[in-house]
Design a binder for this molecule. Structure first.
Ligand SMILES: Cc1ncc(COP(=O)(O)O)c(C=O)c1O
Length: 439
């Protein structure tokens, strides 16, 4: 796999990212360590923004903070003039702490609790993506009590099956998300939302899945949505101001992955929306999208120290690292594949095929099966590439491992943006029992 962004191999055969030697980063901050190439996050963001500017459409590019959320990332997204998709009060809190412009925050989720909705109302978030009838009533009641009128989008499930793993495929009818188009719920939801005094119905939202490589699903989504909106128009005379097409733009994790470029996604979406709306002589809507993975995925690298190496002659060599499913659950969760290199032997040719194991007490805690690497020794630093999305954000304390630190690197400078957890952090919420029972 070619290296992405500012990642290079220097004269000593060391991996460098943002002008920083990965070996030095590992030494200074410890491992496992998430390293983010700040310039690449900015470049990915700008590619979306610039492509939309060229299309002439009014737009918002909302970074899906579920992919990687921390205060520094929300600050960076704000600097790049992105909007922010949050799916919980925790992501919202992080955004608010970062001083993210609240009017550009979109609140998602299929089961927003009353507490979360109250917090969002208090903060005056820019928009609620309403997922179901329960939420619609709850939000409306709370908004009435607070005497606030809120911007609302309705999340629809358009009935599209995209070719991706079933856990990250969300646009099909049999989904926990959204109002179904084909079963009549979407039509009913529009009627209800339009009747609600405290709602300003901006439009509709669809998200067809994640890690999508081509534009077909998006074209299909626009057509299905437009056909649905034609019926809405006929029955209720309502037209959307905003069309939100979600995220899901794929990235390359290994050389087997070949997604179309960011520009091609935007170009196809805007062309299709322009054509379908112009055909009907309707004013073009504002287009919103919600990329997560395609903004941060290839900008992240995880550094690990290699420890034990178990060779089973004629079968396999297990190379164990000091992290695993606790810092990257994707391989265990949906057989996600990654590429990696030895950060201290990056210019050496492959010498053996090994499998990279995590340190958790689960046989399924494998990061990479069968990867060709130079001769591996304990103490080498393994760099797993493109771990920037859904790695840190899905990290856990399984086996009471401490969550790793996160650094942003740029122009030879490394900035610690999330500290490594301490043992104290692990037991912070534990309470010792007051009276020990007699044994
Ligand atoms: C509603 C919604 N928007 C955006 C995203 C971001 O997807 P991705 O990171 O694939 O761009 C997701 C991911 O699950 C999502 O559910």
């Amino acid at each position: 796999m070619p290296l992405s962004g500012t990642s290079r191999i220097d004269g000593r055969g060391h991996l460098t990212i943002g002008g920083c030697d990965a070996m030095e980063l590992a030494k200074e901050f410890g491992t496992p360590l998430y390293v983010y190439d700040e310039a690449l996050i900015r470049q990915n963001s700008r590619r979306f923004v610039e492509s939309f500017k060229q299309s002439g459409f009014a737009f918002q590019v909302a970074y899906a903070s579920k992919a990687f959320s921390c205060i520094a990332m929300a600050q960076l997204a704000a600097e790049e003039n992105l909007s922010l998709d949050v799916v919980s009060s925790g992501e919202l809190y992080t955004a608010l702490q970062a001083g993210f412009p609240v009017e550009r925050i979109h609140f998602h989720g299929n089961n927003k609790t009353e507490e979360e909705l109250r917090m969002a109302l208090e903060a005056n978030v820019g928009c609620y993506v309403v997922d179901n009838f329960y939420e619609m009533e709850l939000l409306h009641d709370l908004a009435s009590t607070a005497n606030k009128r809120v911007n609302v989008m309705l999340r629809l499930t358009p009935g599209i099956e995209v070719h991706t793993h079933e856990y990250i495929s969300t646009g099909q009818e049999d989904s926990k998300f959204g109002f179904g188009v084909s079963d009549g719920q979407a039509m009913q939801a529009i009627q209800h939302a339009l009747a609600k005094k405290q709602f300003n119905l901006l439009g509709i939202h669809v998200h067809i899945g994640s890690q999508i490589f081509d534009t077909t699903g998006f074209v299909q989504a626009v057509r299905i949505v437009r056909a649905f909106l034609d019926r809405v128009h006929e029955e209720m005379g309502y037209e959307v101001q905003v069309l939100n097409l979600g995220g899901g733009f794929g990235i390359s994790y290994t050389s087997e992955d070949d997604p179309v470029a960011i520009e091609a996604f935007v170009e196809t979406i805007t062309r299709e929306v322009a054509a379908t709306w112009d055909e009907r002589d309707l004013p073009r809507p504002e287009i919103w999208i919600e990329p997560g993975r395609s903004i941060v995925g290839n900008a992240g690298t995880t550094l690990y120290t290699i420890g034990s190496i178990k060779e089973i002659p004629g079968i396999r060599t297990y190379v164990a690292v000091d992290g695993g499913m606790t810092d990257n659950i994707r391989p265990a969760l949906y057989q996600a594949k990654y590429d990696a290199l030895l950060a201290n032997k990056a210019s050496l040719p492959p010498a053996e095929t090994v499998s990279i194991a995590g340190k958790c007490c689960e046989s399924g805690d494998m990061l990479i099966w069968d990867i060709a690497l130079p001769k591996v020794n304990s103490g080498d630093i393994l760099a797993v590439l493109s771990t920037g999305a859904y790695g840190y954000s899905m990290a856990s304390n399984y086996n009471r491992l401490r969550r790793p630190a996160v650094v942003f690197v740029q122009d030879g400078e490394a900035e610690l943006v999330v500290e490594r957890e301490t043992y104290e952090d692990l037991i912070r919420k534990d309470r010792k029992r007051a009276v020990l029972s007699q044994i």
